[in-house]
Design a protein around this ligand. Structure first.
Ligand code: YH5
Length: 277
């Protein structure tokens, strides 16, 4: 399995770790955007040293109930970070956004992959990704971040999520995106109860059977908190265990905050798969 990301090709025989870099205001930053940008660039470089081969740069919080951010604000956050990383690193640069104007500018600044939790459903987003020859990740989300956790219901969560990602992958093919530039993601935690998340993670083969690289993001999420009883900063081990089990079930890309731990988890899972790490 491989993922063609413009001029970069990820060989997914060894599953890839995607490091998460958020360029969003936090409790430390009162010095404006400059501090946030510098911190994000430095965090990304440390993740690359730790073995991340994809860096996912996001400027919009998609946590449940988070405030929406305008397109220009997102551009101001992510584009300088993408430019700096494009000049310094040879990894795949992913932009975590849904907006067509952010996609366009980020790709022109050097991004290779569009990671869109809305699966390129915003008008113009699919065309923007296709026009620039980007790779894409199509993720399942029920509803919107603001409302997605209000009583999610499915008749058959695995079948519904599978059908959704297949339909969005088909839409990408229809827009001219190459088959080997598409990856899929069931969107753990996006409009799902704990039981839904568990059922999806128990049935990852249903997704790998679609023939696209499978991306899984569980890092520090609520389901790890439910399973371990721990707050976000203490979910490293729980997240790494799920990463290993996802790789065992055929996942090709793991999205993670704690890159060093995740790289070890992936190596262990690969070794036990009977291949060389
Ligand atoms: C994903 O799964 N997730 S943003 C709540 C948390 C911790 C982490 C502490 N973007 C995914 O990481 N993109 C996000 O509680 C994503 N797949 C893809 N492709 C949510 C997140 C998080 C939320």
């Amino acid at each position: 399995m491989k993922l063609v990301c413009r001029d970069r090709v990820l060989d997914l025989a060894l599953p890839a770790v995607m490091g998460i870099v958020n360029v969003t205001p936090d409790s430390f930053s009162d010095g404006g955007l400059h501090y946030e940008r510098q911190a994000a660039i430095e965090a990304a470089m440390r993740m690359i040293d730790a073995g991340a081969v994809i860096i996912d740069v996001g400027g919009e919080s998609t946590r449940p109930g988070a405030a929406e951010v305008g397109g220009q604000q997102e551009i101001d956050r992510v584009v300088p970070v993408i430019e700096a990383l494009a000049a310094r690193a040879d990894v795949v640069l992913s932009v975590d956004t849904s907006k067509p104007e952010v996609i366009m500018v980020a790709l022109r600044a050097g991004a290779h992959l569009v990671n869109d939790v809305r699966a390129l459903r915003m008008p113009g987003s699919l065309a923007a990704a296709a026009a620039e020859g980007a790779a894409v990740c199509v993720m399942h989300m029920r509803g919107e971040p603001a409302t997605m956790q209000s009583e999610p219901r499915y008749l058959d969560v695995v079948a519904e999520v599978r059908d959704f990602v297949r339909e969005r992958a088909d839409a990408c093919l229809g827009a001219g995106i190459a088959r080997d530039s598409i990856c899929i993601d069931p969107g753990i935690g996006f409009g799902k109860t704990h039981q839904h998340n568990v059922e999806l993670l128990q049935n990852l083969r249903t997704f790998t059977e679609l023939g696209y690289p499978l991306l899984i993001g569980v890092s520090r999420k609520g389901l790890i908190g439910i399973m371990t009883g721990r707050p976000p900063a203490e979910r490293v081990v729980g997240s790494a265990v799920v990463a290993a089990l996802a790789v065992q079930a055929g996942a090709s890309i793991i999205r993670a905050h704690d890159v060093a731990a995740t790289v070890d988890a992936v190596k262990v899972a690969v070794a036990l798969r009977g291949e060389v790490a």
